[in-house]
Design a protein around this ligand. Structure first.
Ligand SMILES: NC(=O)c1ccc[n+]([C@@H]2O[C@H](COP(=O)([O-])OP(=O)(O)OC[C@H]3O[C@@H](n4cnc5c(N)ncnc54)[C@H](O)[C@@H]3O)[C@@H](O)[C@H]2O)c1
Length: 318
């Protein structure tokens, strides 16, 4: 796959997406298909996305995963499958499953001779919300900020980032690797009232800012994150191998100014928060903008206004 390594992965190429049935995966699959990629979703659940080739598979089964990847013969792999919610299982299980998934997918991707592998990490590696207190070195947070994971999920993602850096050293001459840390992902139906990952609606997160203060008001529209994946695939040969990117909306998911909301609800950030301008996010998307030419195009300010209220049942059929 040396052509891919030198020229990026372009529309018409075959991209295997693990976790294509998930909250983020559905939008990644849709965005890549719309951009002209041939997409194969590999997930133990069936994706609601129409007209996509699907393989139902437990990616923890390393032999079956390797066999499936070789049979699919993708040009690139986007690895999203994970236990995606902190605390969904005991910490040790989340750590074991997420790291095992990363090993399984990495080894299968290398065996299938893919040209590029992009892996989902998480902004939680930074360590905000730690029960013992957390203080940013500076704000807005960028990818150079020190990490300090404090739960099984966050430390699983920190370990996955290290697995990818190991792979860069080992296979970097023939494979392009990337990592992205999507902020709190809002799926399209969630603008219409469906529940977000933590069980609240977007409107509830806005009316009670304590709900999203724990994540420093971060968020990103799932379709924007899907478009980030497209941008990375196209430019992966032009950016440092193994580069990590925050994938964030440009603004914060809070009604008042970001700095005053942070100072009020996350007092340990108050000093650093003074440098966050207006409604800007506490996370910087500058690296993705500079290296990939990608920025989020959607904001809750426009998406909530254009969304009409529908109930969860309708949303799940959408
Ligand atoms: N949703 C967010 O706000 C958010 C934020 C930061 C990072 N992330 C990361 O992005 C990725 C996608 O998150 P999401 O919100 O779409 O999660 P999700 O739970 O909605 O989707 C994950 C998908 O992975 C699949 N999966 C899990 N274990 C599997 C296995 N053993 N074999 C096959 N498939 C398996 C699930 O069936 C599911 O469809 C994850 O890696 C997550 O950690 C998500």
């Amino acid at each position: 796959m040396s052509a891919t390594v030198t020229a990026g992965v372009h529309p018409g190429s075959r991209v295997l997406v693990t976790g294509g049935a998930g909250r983020l995966g559905r939008s990644v699959v849709n965005e890549l298909m719309s951009a002209g990629y041939e997409v194969v979703s590999v997930d133990r659940a069936h994706t609601a996305v129409r007209d996509v080739r699907q393989i139902d598979l437990d990616l923890l089964d390393t032999a079956a995963t390797r066999e499936a990847f070789i049979e699919i013969a993708p040009d690139a792999v986007v690895h999203l499958a994970a236990i995606a919610v902190p605390g969904a299982l005991p910490d040790a299980d989340v750590f074991q499953i997420n790291t095992q998934l990363a090993w399984s997918v990495l080894e299968a991707a290398v065996a299938a001779e893919v040209g590029a592998l992009l892996v989902a990490s998480s902004p939680t590696v930074i360590g905000y919300g730690a029960p013992g207190g957390w203080q940013p070195t500076y704000l807005p947070l960028d990818e150079d900020h020190p990490i300090a994971p404090w739960n099984g999920y966050a430390v699983s993602k920190a370990a996955v980032e290290e697995i990818v850096q190991m792979a860069v050293r080992r296979y970097g001459e023939r494979v392009r690797f990337g990592l992205f840390r999507p902020c709190y992902v809002i799926a399209p139906e969630e603008w219409h009232g469906a529940r977000t990952q933590q069980g609240h609606t977007v409107a509830e997160r806005l009316s009670d800012p304590r709900l999203s203060a724990v994540a420093l008001f971060n968020y990103v529209d799932a379709r924007d994150a899907g478009d980030f994946v497209r941008a990375w695939l196209q430019h992966c040969a032009d950016v440092p191998n193994g580069e990590v990117f925050f994938v964030t909306a440009s603004d914060a998911l809070v009604l008042e100014s970001t700095a005053s909301s942070l100072a009020r609800l996350v007092p340990s950030t108050a000093d650093a928060a003074a440098s966050v301008a207006g409604n800007s996010g506490a996370f910087s998307g500058r690296r993705a903008e500079q290296l990939l030419g990608w920025t989020a195009t959607r904001s809750w300010r426009t998406e909530l206004i254009t969304a009409s209220p529908i109930d969860d049942q309708e949303a799940s059929r959408a």
